[in-house]
Design a protein around this ligand. Structure first.
Ligand SMILES: NC(=O)c1ccc[n+]([C@@H]2O[C@H](COP(=O)([O-])OP(=O)(O)OC[C@H]3O[C@@H](n4cnc5c(N)ncnc54)[C@H](O)[C@@H]3O)[C@@H](O)[C@H]2O)c1
Length: 337
C-alpha cells in the first residue's frame, strides 16, 4: 500500500519513512520544509531502497493536499506535520494553533473526501502535563502547560470526534515520550535549526565542537542524582512503532491512544555519562536553575503498545548514544554538512 507521511522530511518522519519502506510499502511525503532539508529525501531513498514521492506543500493548503491524494492511491496517513518548540509556542501561540490545528483539520477533510480511513498521529507525552504518578498510562489525567501541548490535546479530540462520526475511521494517537538517537547508518538523524531545545542534540553539538558547554536545568529534583528523569526512546524503535500502528488500523476502527516509550527513566546526568563512556568524549556541563514547567520524573507505562500493537522498544541507552554520535560526527553541520 501507499502511505502518506505529512511532515515526513523531519526527524521522526524520515526514520519512519525508511521503516515503512522496509515493511514493503510505498511512501509519499508532503512537507513544507519549514523545519527540514530536502536533502533528506534522497537519503531516505538510499536507506529504503525505493523512490519516495515528495511534495513541498503546506498541509494547511487544502487544494495542494487534495492534489497529492488525487495523484496517488493512498491507503493510510501518518501525520507528523506540526511545529514542536514549546518555548516558541508560548511566545507565538496563535501561530501554533493555526499551523498544528489547521493541518489536522485540513488533513481529515481531505482524507474524508478520498475515503482514506487509516491515520496515525504524532501525539506526545506532553498531553499528561506534570503527572501525579509514574509510570504514566494512557488513562492518566491529561492537561497541558503550554500551547504546543494543547495543540496535541486538541488534535487528539478532533480525531476522536471524527471517529465518532465516521465508524470506518481508525486513528492511533501515538504519545511519544523522548525520541533520541539516529539511524544506525549515520545517514539520517536529528538536525535542529539554531540552538537545540532538547538534551541529546545539544550534547551532540557540544561533542562535535559546535557548542561549548551543556546547561543542565536543575540538580535538586527528588531523583537519584537530582537531575530530571525522562523516558528516552530510540528513534528507530519509535519509527517501528508506527509500522505496528499501521498494521493495527487494518482490522480495527475508532480512536486509540498508545504510549510509545521504553518504560524506563534516565536522568540528564545518566545520559551525559553514558554518552561520554560509549563514545569516549567528555561533555562539559554547568548546572543552571530549574526551567519553569519541567516535571521531575516522567516515564511511560508501555504495556498497552505491547498488548495491542505487539511492539516494544528493543534498543538501549548505549545504542541511542552511539547512534547519535555516529550521525553527528559524520554530519557535523547536519544536512548542511
Ligand atoms: N521530537 C520530539 O521530541 C517529539 C515528541 C513528541 C511529539 N513529537 C511530534 O512528532 C512530530 C514530528 O516531530 P519531529 O521531531 O520529527 O519534528 P520535525 O520538526 O523534525 O518534523 C516536523 C515536520 O513537519 C513539517 N511541517 C511543519 N508544519 C508543516 C505544514 N503546515 N505543512 C507541511 N509540513 C509541515 C516540518 O518542515 C518538519 O519537517 C511533530 O508533530 C512533533 O510535535 C515530537
Amino acid at each position: 500500500m501507499n502511505v502518506l507521511l505529512t511532515g515526513g522530511a523531519g526527524y521522526i518522519g524520515s526514520h519512519t519513512a525508511v521503516e515503512i519502506m522496509r515493511a514493503g510499502h510505498g511512501v509519499v511525503i508532503a512537507d513544507d520544509l519549514s523545519n527540514a532539508s530536502e536533502k533528506v529525501i534522497e537519503r531516505i531513498e538510499k536507506l529504503g531502497g525505493k523512490k519516495v514521492y515528495f511534495y513541498k506543500i503546506d498541509v494547511c493548503d487544502k487544494a495542494a493536499l487534495d492534489g497529492v491524494f488525487a495523484l496517488h492511491d493512498i491507503s493510510a496517513v501518518v501525520h507528523f506535520a506540526g511545529k514542536k518548540a514549546v518555548g516558541e509556542s508560548v511566545a507565538q501561540p496563535l501561530m501554533y494553533y493555526r499551523n498544528n490545528l489547521d493541518a489536522t483539520i485540513t488533513l481529515l477533510e481531505v482524507m474524508q473526501k478520498h475515503s482514506v480511513n487509516r491515520l496515525i498521529f504524532s501525539s506526545s507525552a506532553t498531553v499528561y502535563g506534570i503527572p501525579k504518578t509514574v509510570p504514566v498510562d494512557e488513562n492518566a489525567p491529561r492537561g497541558c502547560n503550554n500551547p504546543y501541548g494543547w495543540t496535541k490535546y486538541m488534535s487528539e479530540q478532533i480525531m476522536r470526534d471524527a471517529c465518532e462520526a465516521n465508524k470506518d475511521l481508525a486513528v492511533v494517537l501515538l504519545r511519544y515520550f523522548n525520541p533520541i538517537g539516529a539511524h544506525e547508518s549515520g545517514v539520517i538523524g536529528e538536525d535542529p535549526e539554531g540552538i537545540p531545545n532538547n538534551l541529546m542534540p545539544f550534547i551532540a553539538q557540544v561533542a562535535v565542537g559546535r557548542r561549548e558547554m551543556l546547561g543542565v536545568f536543575g540538580d535538586d529534583y527528588p531523583t537519584h542524582d537530582g537531575t530530571g528523569v525522562r523516558d528516552y526512546i530510540h528513534v528507530v524503535d519509535l519509527a517501528q512503532g508506527h509500522v505496528a500502528a499501521l498494521d493495527y488500523t487494518e482490522n480495527n476502527s475508532g480512536a486509540l491512544a498508545v504510549n510509545l516509550g521504553t518504560g524506563r527513566g534516565y536522568s540528564v546526568l545518566d545520559i551525559v555519562k553514558t554518552f561520554e563512556r560509549v563514545n569516549g568524549i567528555e561533555i562539559p556541563y554547568r548546572i543552571m536553575p530549574r526551567r519553569a514547567g519541567d516535571a521531575a520524573v516522567i516515564y511511560a507505562d508501555s504495556s498497552l503498545a505491547k498488548t495491542l500493537l505487539n511492539w516494544e522498544a528493543k534498543r538501549d541507552l548505549e545504542d541511542m548514544c552511539r547512534d547519535t554520535w555516529n550521525w553527528q560526527k559524520n554530519n557535523p553541520n547536519g544536512y548542511r554538512s
